[in-house]
Design a protein around this ligand. Structure first.
Ligand SMILES: NC(=O)c1ccc[n+]([C@@H]2O[C@H](COP(=O)([O-])OP(=O)(O)OC[C@H]3O[C@@H](n4cnc5c(N)ncnc54)[C@H](O)[C@@H]3O)[C@@H](O)[C@H]2O)c1
Length: 281
């Protein structure tokens, strides 16, 4: 595998593109939104600068990496050996994307999804080659976090999963296999970090800043509300809703009305300038 395409250049796409290009791959970064694409390029350049200042990358390596990077909002240019989608957490939109990607790529191309919660089996259903769809789930911030979950859907070939596993490891990540079960491993365990904290807030036990302060004082880098703002409040809400449904509406996964209200208001966290906290200058 030489050529990688990252579809969706938002919170996750940029970090994954950075990790891929610095590992030696040619990388196409695509987003349908030109402003997001422009911001992604700015963010990736900032990561190069930070890497240079920390002595992790040289000027020559940066020049080489930049020559291997291509930013585009032209869908027909997404042609690669390995395509990873990091678009909105909505089943229908992901399915439509893969159908269109399948039509313009060779049958050998691997289609990977960074979904946090949607079953790989559902995403691949109806495609011409569902055997080449695999879950490759990164964590935020993707250029730093080591763990990557590799998920085989019911139709995924073992060889495809193995190639995805090796690709993730070639990015200097630690890949682990997970079953195609709701939330895979990490999101299933971590869901209660958010859901229970939101319940504490709903019940007026205390305010969100106190919950964050308390959790951070125990050694967590970020409390649940700061972390939801980093992840994207609407993305986190979609993941909880999807898991709630997949676990047969088990109340322990019930999405919070406080979180829903933030989503409705467009308070999506850092990326929108406001979430639980405000980020406006
Ligand atoms: N945010 C996180 O912490 C996190 C962590 C792990 C996995 N994920 C998963 O990664 C995926 C992306 O999440 P994100 O937080 O980066 O989202 P985001 O909203 O920051 O970015 C998504 C991008 O996809 C683009 N997009 C939407 N529809 C598209 C389409 N049809 N074609 C091309 N581009 C399209 C949007 O313009 C947007 O820029 C989701 O599936 C999410 O569950 C997110």
């Amino acid at each position: 595998m030489k050529k990688v395409a990252i579809v969706g250049a938002g919170v996750m796409g940029s970090g994954i593109a950075y990790a891929s290009v610095t590992a030696g791959y040619e990388v196409i970064v695509y987003d349908l939104n030109k402003e997001v694409l422009y911001n992604s390029q700015k963010q990736i350049n900032t990561l190069f600068e930070k890497g240079l200042n920390r002595g992790k990358i040289t000027e020559d390596e940066i020049t080489l990496c930049k020559s291997r990077l291509k930013y585009t909002s032209e869908f027909t240019e997404i042609k690669a050996d390995f395509i990873l989608e990091a678009i909105v957490e909505k089943l229908d939109i992901k399915k439509e994307l893969f159908k269109n990607l399948e039509a313009q790529n060779s049958p050998d191309c691997i289609l990977a999804t960074n979904t946090s919660s949607i079953p790989i089996t559902q995403i691949s259903r109806g495609l011409k080659f569902p055997n080449r769809v695999v879950g490759v789930h990164f964590f935020n911030p993707a250029h730093i976090m080591k763990l990557v979950e590799i998920i085989k859907g019911a139709a995924t070939d073992n060889l495809i999963a193995e190639k995805a596993f090796n690709w993730a490891n070639s990015l200097n990540k630690t890949a682990v296999y997970a079953q195609d079960s709701p939330g895979f491993i990490v999101n299933r365990v971590a869901r209660h970090f958010y859901v229970e904290s939101l319940k504490v807030l709903e019940e007026n036990v205390t305010d969100f800043k106190t919950i964050d302060r308390l959790i951070e004082s125990t050694g967590f880098k970020m409390g649940p509300f700061r972390l939801m703002d980093l992840i994207g409040v609407e993305t986190n809400y979609s993941v909880t809703s999807s898991m709630y449904e997949q676990f047969g509406f088990d109340s322990k996964f019930r999405p919070s009305r406080i979180q829903k209200q933030k989503v409705d208001a467009g308070f999506h966290g850092r990326k929108s300038g406001r979430g639980f906290y405000s980020y406006e200058e």
